[in-house]
Design a protein around this ligand. Sequence first.
Ligand code: ADP
Ligand code: ZN
Ligand code: ZN
Length: 742
Amino acid sequence: MRTLFAKVIIDISSEKVDRTFDYCVPSKLEDQIHVGAQVQVPFGRGNTLRKGYVVALSNQTDYTSSSLKEIFSLEKGSVSAETLLIELAWWMKERYGSTMNQALKTVLPVKQKVKSKESRKILRRISPDSLEAEIDKARQKGYKAQVRLLSALRDHECLEWERATKELGITPSLIRTAEKKGWIYLELKTVYRNPLDGKERGQSQVKLNKDQEAVVRAFAQDYRGGIRKTYLIHGITGSGKTEVYMELISQVLQAGKQVIVLIPEIALTYQTVLRFYSRFGDRISIMNSRLSQGERYDQFQRARKGEVDIMIGPRSALFTPFSNLGLIIIDEEHESAYKSETAPRYHARETAVKRASMQQASVVLGSATPSLEAYTKALRGEYVLFTLKKRAKADSFLPHTEVVDLRKELEEGNKSVFSRLLQKKIEERLAKREQVMLFMNRRGYANFISCRSCGEAMKCPHCDVTLTLHKDHTLKCHYCGFQIPVPDRCPHCGSPYIAHFGAGTQKIQELAEKRFPGARILRMDLDTTAGKNGHEEILAAFGAGQADILIGTQMIVKGHDFPKVTLVGVIAADVSLYAPDFRAGEKTFQLLTQAAGRAGRGGRPGEAIIQTYNPQHYSISCAAGQDYEGFYRMEMAYRKLMGYPPAAVLLTVLLSSGDEMLLDRFAVELTRWLDPIAERRRVQLIGPVQAPVYKINDIYRKILYMKQQNYDILIQIKNQIDGLLEINPELARQILVQYDFS
Ligand code: ADP
Ligand code: ZN
Ligand code: ZN
């Protein structure tokens, strides 16, 4: 009797990767078959042999086994990128608790029928002189459409395909002729085409300094010796990490291998892209999240065919189908964008390390403010740690930072959001025609209550996270459900000045306009950047000196270099400190460190002023002192004390249903069922509580938390919950259970 069955996908690039077919595994193949294996299977009526991939193995099948066909053969020898990616998907499914379908859809680029006209662009290639000559020629010959096309190109470097064909009445065949004549390029993806000709390449190469050299040397020695590791470069902003990455890439390319570079979307600026192009030219492909599925698919195809060796992009670029991968670089590894918010809720850092180990590749992580997770691993010796402490450019220094105590300002009668020191410094800059950036943390973080006299925020006595203000005028803890009415006086000092931390960027702008009449002020936040290029336009205007002050949220903190900015002011450093999130202190430290790092990048000394109600909080004092190690020690002590990651693993179980009563009952029953298991396995079980946003689209959501140092134990419990649902299909239809490991 046969016992093993395989689920096989036949057409891996089709829209439906979740379309699988069951096959029997012949006994002679049982020992060799594995998830990801490439197989030949008889398919369709004629039983023609088709190539397929195994995505699951099981002792059960939904079909009568006698009706199933047998796998014909197993492809051996060279390992394809698909095999590796399917194996990786399996690992992700197991580790992050998703379905195999969700995992497959994440790792395999899905081909969708792209509307062929979509976003096609016609770009001018012809030089201006020849353009005029061609217009004359076309006129003489009476080629009116050619004249229209060429004149349009005179005024526009870039034409939309739609506009050319519809408004200008230019036929596709003329466009093709124009392309053949070398007048134009046709461009499918709009944002990042190679902006350089061959001749400009290689110009910008710098000579690495000693510290940078040391990193490259150690890496290269390992690499040549066949040793593969994960390296963490802890280097302050401007210490030359990107230059190091580029040197590492060229070493790996010389060894005939391929490279993936992950960059958070927001840092994927034109400047960065240009640096990579000028060094590596056409061997690079660049992805951004604005690409359509079809465009992403095309990029992955190019990678698969070996047309490019370097893929640069955000999180999803990690799944580039390189079969000869040698190195994965993750820049700004601490960024929360590396964690997926949909199932499988994978972290790119861990997944990269896994993928690298499957392909004998190395991983290089870089950050000015490493995540606690990565730094802990580096201290334990799991990662190799490098530190770059100096700015690479001779004329660039870290700014001088001062912390202003807002409680004192209030005490001494200044009720303005601008401290007296900040006001004075801004005026100095305006007089010298230098630029200022004012930074206010993200709006929406502001639904907590704090005391303006003593600086204390209202916190949960059980969880040490901030209580969140609700519309019904209560304060709630989103970790344990603790709840109190909003007090009229500060429970710590009795002051009546307790306030909702309300000021957003727009308000700051109004206040700044009043306080600094005549100053030219720009604002950048979600509202002002709603348009497609709003972002870039505002930054470009500020960079060109069209404003004296730029006010913004975290968007302004990242990526960009403005040489004329000599002062950075943080309006209220506390706001992000009190997000109801155990990582709030870490995020605050990162933001402040980055914000301060914006000042003084162009040879002029910079200053940063951090205003706060909590000058003594280590996230703030350590950021002001550029003291990462000090911050790490304090924050790690807190995580250990509270059992938060990375001191333990936190599994969030999200239960959701349209039926509130049923959800309620299930949450309670599940908790009761889990209680003895948790006790036996030494898991701390918390909840059920309402999710931070309890109801979305009429779906109610509740949360259970589990903490335990051993990841495997939590995975086993997760599997037990899945098992429970499997035997209760009725329940499983009405209640969605999702997992999030952090
Ligand atoms: P990071 O990625 O750490 O922020 P970058 O690699 O972007 O740092 O370097 C910051 C600036 O210093 C860039 O303008 C870069 O060209 C320059 N730079 C980096 N390394 C050197 C070096 N060895 N000599 C001179 N300039 C350098
Ligand atoms: Zn108080
Ligand atoms: Zn609590």
